[in-house]
Write a protein that binds this ligand. Structure first.
Ligand code: SF4
Ligand code: SF4
Length: 300
């Protein structure tokens, strides 16, 4: 059956941070948001891209010679990303693992076979499979086909979402899902748009609809210094969640790992420069969530 399918950019095994137990995490490319602090910038675009690992480059120039669009600078070996058609020729010819393709097409059956390889670990640890991205919910038909098969094996399924999706389509596949990690970034739509490129109305509306039909939602907030960590915003988030009958939030402290990944794909990538919160600052933020009636959980 023909349905839109994502490029897959990673399958991580033995994860213990993406839901209960030991999990395998499948990462799909393409995200409607472009958060300035994104920890997976390689997930944002829907098409494959080539990452350049300059520390491995031995200056042989084979990639420059083979590139059909002359996209690679002969001196720096950096690709002109506007000219790159992601043909993969430079990746194949590089003997030093300095160029890597990010994103590959896999059939639904190939994905299911890969994910089922770890089935013993899921059952031994009460773990399962997590779909992350990118935004997995923008491919509901694809996801539904895979989930239906995985559910035949009674595997626990978690979906990590930014909240920007077509609710009606996602509602059809909720019976195959056990847990949803739902990210909320900012309650002010203007600020949300400034930092993620889209407004937040659909996200907040989807959360409101989801919580009435799906029990097991974990709200996550990436805590970004000077963006969404002030007391006024924390109160607004707490009021919003309490109104929806939700009393728990998972806080994800900011770290700068995304920056080093971003320049592998595009050396002109805008670098988001903020200092991660100190332990004291995080404790203060946590106590503010508690003060406003929400139980905060953080991960170090
Ligand atoms: S083929 Fe690989 S090692 Fe050779 S110049 Fe290109 S990136 Fe560097
Ligand atoms: S993947 Fe891009 S940079 Fe590499 S050979 Fe193809 S067009 Fe050139």
């Amino acid at each position: 059956m023909d349905r839109p399918t994502p490029y897959i950019f990673d399958i991580q095994r033995f994860s213990i941070h993406d839901g209960p137990g030991i999990r395998t995490v499948l990462f799909t490319k393409s995200c409607p948001l472009k958060c300035k602090w994104c920890q997976n910038p390689e997930s944002q675009k829907s098409k494959p891209e080539v990452g350049f690992y300059f520390e491995n480059c031995q200056d042989c120039n084979k990639c420059v010679e083979i590139c059909p669009t002359n996209a690679i600078d002969p001196i720096t070996k950096i690709s002109n990303y506007a000219a790159c058609i992601a043909c993969g020729a430079c990746v194949d010819i590089c003997e030093n693992d300095a160029r890597r393709m990010i994103g590959q097409k896999m059939s639904e059956q190939e994905i299911i076979t890969e994910l089922l390889k770890d089935i013993d670990f899921y059952s031994d640890s009460e773990g399962g499979i997590t779909f992350s991205g990118g935004e997995p919910f923008i491919y509901p038909e694809f996801l539904g086909g895979i989930l239906k098969e995985l559910k035949k094996q009674k595997i626990h399924i978690n979906i990590e979402t930014c909240g920007q999706f077509d609710f009606e389509k996602v509602a059809n596949i909720l019976p195959f899902i056990d847990l949803i990690y739902f990210d909320i970034k900012h309650l002010d739509s203007q600020i949300h748009k400034e930092y993620t490129v889209i407004a937040n109305e659909t996200i907040l509306s989807n959360f409101g609809k989801l919580i009435t039909v799906f029990e097991n939602i974990q709200v996550r907030i990436p805590l970004i210094p000077n963006v969404n960590d002030d007391k006024e915003h924390i109160k607004a988030v707490c009021d919003f969640l309490l109104k929806k009958g939700h009393k728990l939030v998972h806080l994800l402290p900011y770290h700068s790992m995304g920056n080093s990944k971003a320049i592998r794909i595009d050396y002109k990538a805008e670098i988001f420069k903020v200092k991660p919160h100190t332990k004291e600052e995080l404790n203060k933020i946590k106590s503010q969530f508690s003060e406003f009636g929400i139980n905060p959980i953080t991960y170090d």
